[in-house]
Design a protein around this ligand. Structure first.
Ligand SMILES: *Cc1c(COP(=O)(O)O)cnc(C)c1O
Length: 387
């Protein structure tokens, strides 16, 4: 018999596709395979109608209008279109962009790219709790600032930045406000009007939808210079034949996620709190990020006096977790988010990111907690610690 698979607690990296989402997608691979741009026959119309419904669902989830939604290949592309697209479209306004040190690389890398082209970027530090201080933001805004980009929920430590306050500040100064909501969409309430958001990125594979599809919300009147040129799809903001099954999957995933958001949020919060309670038994464990201003399914903890690599290795048969962001662990680099919180490299390495999601049970949380405590205690016991 094959060994049981480890408990999956890495929902911030990606999620399984909900079977209801797969069911909704399937007909669009085979019977309803038309190109939504082929408006001369029923095949095209069917595809067009499915895309329109998905667009309505995505728009409704954030309080936007359907024509303000641009489908992309995911949040990476949406962030690139938002940041590079605004920078290029508003050259006459200025060349200064503000973002935060703890952003995802899909925001930081386009910013660094723009710096090479002569733009100026301010990377704001965060407070000890991982949140952006409003006064710090206000202090760096200038007359030539064109864009502020601050994520809704952090992918490592789960903290929720004060979007409405940031939005109000930007609106007041006539500065565009972009938020990467890849982790936040259908997890916490989002409203582009109430939060004065001008651009918002999202992706399906963090919310039980398929990989390779996402969207950028672009407020009406706001311009983004296209980064992909071709057939002029998506009102010329993003060319390329629409990936209809994936778009249907995104729409379905968002609708389901919203329906279940409150109830599922409460359930995950209870599991998260249970896990945290358990883990404190190990002693010398620090919670990273604000204790309550965070995603319900996120727990990010550091264990003092433990070798990070050994910790992950010890847990591998039982629990699938990350020690930071996926990219950070591949390159063996210390997470830039934990560094921004002031954690030492050793403590940052001895960090686990637990991502709790839709298919995690109470029993799995109990087992994961027990396994973690076990590994931590073993690594700390003198007989093992001798080198
Ligand atoms: C996953 C993630 C991304 C990248 O999304 P893709 O759809 O995989 O390109 C961007 N930002 C955040 C905060 C994420 O968690």
């Amino acid at each position: 018999m094959a060994a049981p698979r480890p408990i999956y607690l890495d929902y911030h990296a990606t999620t399984p596709v909900d079977r209801r989402v797969v069911e909704a997608m399937l007909p669009y691979f085979t019977e309803h395979f038309g190109n939504p741009s082929s408006t001369g026959h029923i095949y095209g119309w069917e595809a067009e109608a499915a895309v329109a419904q998905a667009r309505d669902r995505v728009a409704a989830a954030i309080g936007a209008r359907s024509e303000e939604i641009v489908f992309t290949s995911g949040a990476t592309e949406a962030n690139n279109l938002a940041i590079k697209g605004v920078a290029e479209a508003y050259l006459d306004r200025g060349r200064h962009i503000v973002t935060v040190q703890t952003e995802h690389s899909a925001v930081l890398a386009p910013c660094r790219y723009l710096e090479r082209l002569g733009f100026e970027v301010t990377y704001l530090p965060v407070q000890a709790d991982g949140l952006l201080g409003l006064a710090n933001l206000e202090a760096v805004l200038r007359s030539n600032t064109v864009l502020v980009s601050v994520m809704a929920a952090n992918n490592e430590i789960g903290v929720l930045h004060p979007l409405a306050d940031i939005g109000a500040l930007c609106r007041d100064r006539g500065i565009l406000f972009h938020t990467d909501a890849a982790q936040a969409i259908a997890k916490i309430p989002l409203d582009v009007e109430a939060m004065s958001v001008d651009l918002l990125s999202l992706t399906a594979h963090k919310l039980y939808g398929p990989k390779g599809i996402g969207a950028l919300y672009v407020r009406r009147q706001v311009r983004v210079a296209a980064q992909l040129h071709g057939g002029g799809q998506e009102s010329d903001r993003r060319s390329g034949t629409l990936f209809v099954p994936q778009i249907v999957g995104l729409g379905t995933a968002i609708a389901l996620g919203l329906d279940e958001m409150e109830c599922e949020g409460r359930r995950q919060l209870a599991l998260r709190d249970r896990l945290w309670q358990h883990l404190q038994v190990a002693g010398d464990v620090t919670l990273n990020g604000h204790p309550t201003q965070r995603l319900p399914g996120n727990l990010n903890v550091s264990f003092a006096g433990v070798d990070g690599a050994a910790l992950l290795l010890g847990l591998r048969p039982t629990v699938a977790v990350s020690s930071g962001s996926a990219c950070a662990s591949e390159s063996q680099q210390v997470s830039h988010v934990l560094r921004a919180l002031g954690r030492s490299p050793e403590l940052a390495r001895a960090t686990l990111r637990f991502g709790i999601g839709r298919f995690v049970t109470k029993e799995e949380i109990e087992r994961a907690a027990a396994a973690t405590i076990d590994v931590v205690q073993n690594l700390r016991s003198p007989s093992v610690a001798v080198r």
